[in-house]
Ligand binder design. Structure first.
Ligand code: 2AM
Length: 219
């Protein structure tokens, strides 16, 4: 890339402090371990394996993707339209390097990704790009601003992390359509719902409060 292109990062986002990264990873591992053993999950195993009898170890199935963060604007070093405007937004400049507290309100699992939903505050929504939730999913266009906000916790073999936000939007679009999903059980961490096609959402009883620094990443 040319020097001019390099002046914009790969992406902007909130980067979790390392102590809370460990906690979030542990919570997500515990969740995957428990999910794996549920009869309801075994019943729908084919969504993950393609074969009914085959077993799956969810902890091995997903691969971690570096520092835990919540992407706000994906810039791709300036190749993405609007990323320069985002970087020059006074709110973005003022918040650069500041600490925030993210609220992780749910964990979700699909055959492609595992992630945590981030429920943004009014103050945090100021840093959320206006068009980030519109991509891809039908019905997603009418979801509230910030719906896509998430932390990628892991991806299946060959799946890129961009998929995590799309998977979340898909689940939220189903919820908005009035498809309540199938309430599977009340777990210690919260209530587990199945949305079909291997899509699981655990609404956390107690949201995880995650301290994070707003910054950028060059790769
Ligand atoms: P993620 O936010 O779901 O984890 C580097 O690839 C980072 O930028 C990852 O965190 C990734 O996904 C995010 N990312 C990659 N492509 C993207 C896109 N087109 N839109 C939004 N975020 C993207």
């Amino acid at each position: 890339a040319s020097l001019e292109e390099m002046s914009l990062p790969l992406y902007f986002g909130w980067f979790l402090l390392s102590s809370i990264q460990d906690k979030v990873r542990c919570t997500s591992m515990d969740f995957l371990k428990t999910l794996d053993t549920l009869e309801a999950f075994k019943k729908h195993l084919i969504d993950f394996t393609g074969k009914a009898e085959k077993e799956v170890d969810l902890e091995q199935y997903f691969h971690a993707k570096g520092t835990l963060h919540c992407t706000t604007e994906f810039c791709d070093f300036g190749k993405v339209k609007g990323s320069k405007e985002y970087a020059n937004n006074p709110a973005v400049k003022e918040s650069y390097g500041s600490a925030f507290e993210l609220s992780l309100s749910a964990l979700f699992v699909t055959p492609r990704t595992v992630g945590a939903r981030v429920s943004l505050s009014e103050e945090q929504l100021v840093l959320w790009p206006a068009d980030a939730d519109k991509e891809a999913e039908e019905g997603a266009a009418s979801l509230p601003l910030g719906s896509r906000a998430h932390i990628t916790l892991g991806c299946a073999e060959g799946v890129a992390p961009v998929q995590t936000g799309l998977d979340l939007l898909q689940i939220l679009a189903l919820q908005q359509d009035g498809q309540q999903g199938e309430l599977i059980e009340e777990m210690e961490l919260g209530s587990l719902t199945y949305y079909g096609e291997g899509r699981w959402l655990l609404a956390l009883r107690e949201p995880i409060c995650a301290p994070a620094i707003f910054s950028d990443f060059y790769g």
